[in-house]
Design a protein around this ligand. Sequence first.
Ligand SMILES: *Cc1c(COP(=O)(O)O)cnc(C)c1O
Length: 352
Amino acid sequence: MTSSRKVDLRSDTVTKPSAGMREIMSAAEVGDDVYGEDPTVNSLENRVAKLFGKEAALFCPTGSMANQLSIRILVAPGEELITETNSHIVRAELGAGAVFSGITTRTWLADRGLLNADEPLNIAKPDSGPYLVSTTAIAVENTHNFGGGTVQPISEIKKLRQESQKLGISLHLDGARIWNAHVSSGVELVEYGNYFDTISVCFSKGLGAPVGSIMISDKERIGKARQWRKRYGGGMRQVGVLASACHYALDHNIKLLKIDHQRAKLIAKAIASIAPNLINPEHVDTNIVGLDLTGLKITAAELSSWLQEKGILTGALGPKYLRLVTHLDLTDDDIEYVSQVLPKLLQRALVS
Ligand SMILES: *Cc1c(COP(=O)(O)O)cnc(C)c1O
């Protein structure tokens, strides 16, 4: 029997703008942002640049665009970006760096996506001369999405900055969920800003805005990125309507992320109580529970469809990888329901 209940754990992008957010949006002051005349966009860009201790920022429709503009500014055609094997930039942006910017990539593989500065440094080859590809940038994802929402150790970020700077290599932060990393680790946003040349952040994930991402850097790079954004078709007009939702998200929703983190931990604990090999709740740093089903006979798609019959939507992102994400639109009741249903289904999987 299909349940009438629906708990959507596929992603933190499934949230709908709250009543308060919609109210702010409907009252937003706007202007033509291609002319630089949207006061709400301008104030959001200034606000976010300051939050990270940077000079300038650029409002973008998506995190992918903010990432792509960043790496296009840092890396010339035919040069190389290094990043972790399962990072969004190389797995989930459909080859955009190659298609739009002629960027080549090499990757290193890290358990749970966790940064160990030596790994990228060991493969980085700056100024490689006329025969080999030169590395000009390294990208770090924080939190690491496919790594299971992991928070990167700040000591490794710091070390990567110190060593890459000596090599003349730039650093980009894919900070789609940097808010989660900040809340979980207590590391200030300005400290993250300090270690990177370019940063992308999203408002449409855990912060609950319908649309919106921002690229952050110095004035010169943001000036160039503004031209490229237009060239990519990303010049927007009275977009203060959306920027106001992002202001609202900063005002009200960063502090709510800790609830998402607690709820993800509760789900992980419920799973670990039945199948301790599937997940270590201690490894659930933020709002993502990534389940590696390698030890079980069932596939992620099968478990996902069992859960769907009970009204619980999850993401089968690989043959044996199931992702559950907590977000603003869930209730304590939803989490309790999931914590009861999921262990029972896992029990069935363990004996099958
Ligand atoms: C969601 C996400 C992005 C950006 O995605 P868009 O859908 O293009 O906004 C970038 N990096 C990571 C790690 C993400 O999870």
